[in-house]
Design a protein. Structure first.
Lengths: 216, 213
């Protein structure tokens, strides 16, 4: 299974029946494909859909936050951007899943700008990270071999100390008050490997195999 | 609503250097005919307030590619490579605003409020130079209201009074921008005799002009 699917599948297990969830662009979007069938999860799209359905191959007049043709699920609604961000900022969204350039031991996130190189903008990410009850980061563990989970983010922040959980293709890491705790490790890898690929220190007592991974 | 207008009539509302809000999210719900009319009018040095930079061939992206925009206020420009290039070269100033803050600043202007106190952006570059107020034991960033000379709305279904409803996700920033500009022009897909009063999102007193079919 490709890394991004490993990440998406694991994150889907974090979603609870009845949750209102916002999925970011890229790997986070894939989480929708892995939500267990016994859980009713409502997906919000920040451009103004509560209850977004599967993508459409033909134009529908509506789009998701990535600009792709979108459908609406049964019971869904269209709202304006002020109400959409009231849901987000007001704590009505249970979980948001977002990508990262860097995330650090304090739970700060950098995801919207590489100064001088790439300046896409923050879009709705700053509001989502501040407002959602639970912030899950979906990211590859490293970028070209360099750790993305750092002592301190070097890039401009999306938000200061808001991340709750980091899920990579190798591990699941919780952000606790006093630092990061390694919760789960992919069964094909060791705790030592994860520690070596992570710049921030990890507490490693009580680590279990990564859930949702099929071992061969 | 004052009256229905043809696209070429909006020239009389346009001038160099003005500030224009344009509805839409990645061009979904952007008024393409009105944007074409702005292009054809030849105005330059515009300040554009929009959710994003659109695409190079759609939405406000067309104004950016045509170099009519001196200053862009948006939450995201990643889908329009021209916007990134013009920003890096210094030809277009870009102010990036978190999306929820952007819409709420516009709403504040239109709702007669003096600003927005938001947690979004605290501890980031977004907070630089802005007042931080403590209310209820928590810190909040003060963000100022944001208005415009002209708002161009899309994604609409109008009635003969100028009431507006919106198609699907094309509502986005449109009804908020309807509150916050001196002149508001809407581009509907269709004009019905009457909208169901319970379905009207933007009531007609907020709309100055509606583009004819």
């Amino acid at each position: 299974m490709e890394d991004k699917y490993v990440i998406a599948k694991r994150i889907a297990l974090e979603l609870r029946d009845g949750d209102l969830v916002n999925l970011g662009i890229g790997t986070p979007t894939l989480v929708a494909d892995f939500i267990p069938s016994d859980r009713h999860v409502t997906l919000q799209s920040e451009n103004g859909i509560v209850g977004i359905g599967p993508l459409s191959e033909t134009p529908t007049g509506s789009v998701n936050a990535g600009g792709n043709a979108a459908t609406i699920a049964n019971g869904g609604s269209f709202i304006d951007s002020a109400l959409s961000f009231s849901l987000i900022r007001g704590g009505h969204v249970d979980v948001t899943v977002l990508g990262a350039l860097e995330v650090d031991r304090e739970g700060s996130l950098a995801s919207w700008i590489i100064p001088g190189k790439k300046v896409p903008g923050m879009g709705g990410a700053m509001d989502l990270v501040v407002g959602a009850k639970k912030v899950i980061i979906a990211t590859t563990h490293t970028n070209s071999g360099k750790p993305k989970i750092l002592n301190r983010c070097s890039l401009p922040l999306t938000a200061y100390r808001q991340v709750d959980l980091i899920v990579t293709e190798l591990a699941v890491i919780a952000v606790e008050k006093d630092g990061l705790r390694l919760l789960e490790v992919h069964p094909n890898h060791t705790i030592e490997e994860i520690v070596a690929l992570t710049e921030a220190p990890l507490r490693v007592d009580g680590v279990v195999p990564m859930k949702g991974v099929e071992t061969e | 609503m004052k009256r229905f207008v043809r696209a070429d009539e909006i020239k009389s509302f346009l001038k160099d250097g003005m500030t224009i809000m344009v509805g839409g999210f990645l061009a979904n719900g952007s008024p393409e005919r009105l944007i074409t009319a702005v292009l054809e009018a030849g105005v330059v040095n515009l300040t554009i307030i929009a959710n994003d930079g659109g695409w190079e061939d759609r939405g406000v992206g067309r104004l950016i590619v045509a170099r009519r925009v001196a200053r862009l206020v948006a939450s995201h420009i990643g889908t329009n490579p021209a916007a990134g290039r013009l920003m890096q070269s210094g030809e277009m100033a870009v102010t990036l605003v978190p999306q929820g803050t952007l819409v709420e600043r516009i709403r504040a202007k239109g709702a007669g409020l003096g600003g927005v106190l938001t947690p979004t952006g605290l501890g980031t570059v977004v907070a630089e130079g802005k007042p931080i107020l403590s209310v209820g034991g928590k810190d909040w960033l003060l963000e100022e209201p944001l208005g415009a000379d002209l708002a161009l709305l899309g994604g609409a279904i109008a009635d003969r009074h100028g009431n507006l409803a919106y198609r699907g996700s094309q509502r986005n920033f449109n009804p908020i921008m309807a509150l916050a500009a001196d002149i508001v022009v809407a581009e509907p897909y269709e004009i019905l005799p009457e909208l169901d009063p319970e379905c009207v999102i933007t009531p007609y007193p907020l709309v100055d002009y509606v583009l004819e079919g």
